[in-house]
Design a protein around this ligand. Sequence first.
Ligand code: SF4
Length: 332
Amino acid sequence: MPYFVSSAARSAAATAGPGRVLLASPRGYCAGADRAVVTVEKALDRYGPPVYVRQQTVRNAHVVRALERRGAVFVGATDEVPEGAVVVCPEHGTAFEVHAEAARRGLTTVDASCPRVTKVHLEARRFAREGYDILLIGREGHEEVVGALGEAPDRVHLVGGPDDVPYLRVADEGRVVWLSQTTLSVDETAVTVHALKARFPAVLGPPGDDICYATRNRQATVRRLAGICDLVLVIGSRKSAAAARLAETAVLAGVPAAHLVDCAEEIDPAWLRGMSTVGLTSGASVPEILVAEALDRLAAYGFDDVEVIGAEAGGPEWRPAGVAWLGDDRGF
Ligand code: SF4
């Protein structure tokens, strides 16, 4: 569907274009977000509406509206769900207390946890059992972090960044391990890990990377875009940690300007003045239709030459040795 652009907006961008759009690949839905939406759909099929869904499960307003039309009811917390009802818990995990509260109230809980998040939670549990103090790099209050802290409250210490490192107190400095939230900035996490290694020389790392492939590959592509674009646009919810990290990654990688927008309407034509190359990507819970609408809007402003760009010129995406490329760029 062509995107409508008012004459006022068109004149605001009058000095922009003709320009290029470099479209990131991979972008958009990761396997975990895709799985969460499918889980809600399957719960609706199996139990019938209403199915209650914790808000953090699906962050994109477009997808939320589609699921609401089928009978999903989005709630902020489990205590808003009527007793005996069905509730879907988010892909970035659920704190132990939330599961316990759901059981007390007779709720049927459908778990949409992403396997990558479950991996971090299981690592926290295992290292705590083995007597380690766990230094969890993450954002305070994020569902995934709350879940990991709940695995071993006495053993897991939240590390927001390098500034927190001097204040950490552990039982045995020879028995510490760092883990991380799955959706952090790869670059910022590396700085924090460096500080942890300086403070605790014996610190272990996670058995496999905690930041998931979807997050890494999207950030690697944005880093490349930042080096060759005048402006990077990220489509995604402001509530999404992964989308916010994409915009931050672009700025850290040196792009003159980056904006996080919920949808095409939020692209301000004034941003395009004097620009010749715009990079476009989307967060891990954003459907392709929103990218298509953004491309339509950019084309209306003269940015109609679109080229798809990967993480490396002609190269494969980053992935650990031994992991096969299966042709699905949404992978965990
Ligand atoms: S961003 Fe990564 S960890 Fe989060 S849901 Fe997607 S695949 Fe899973």
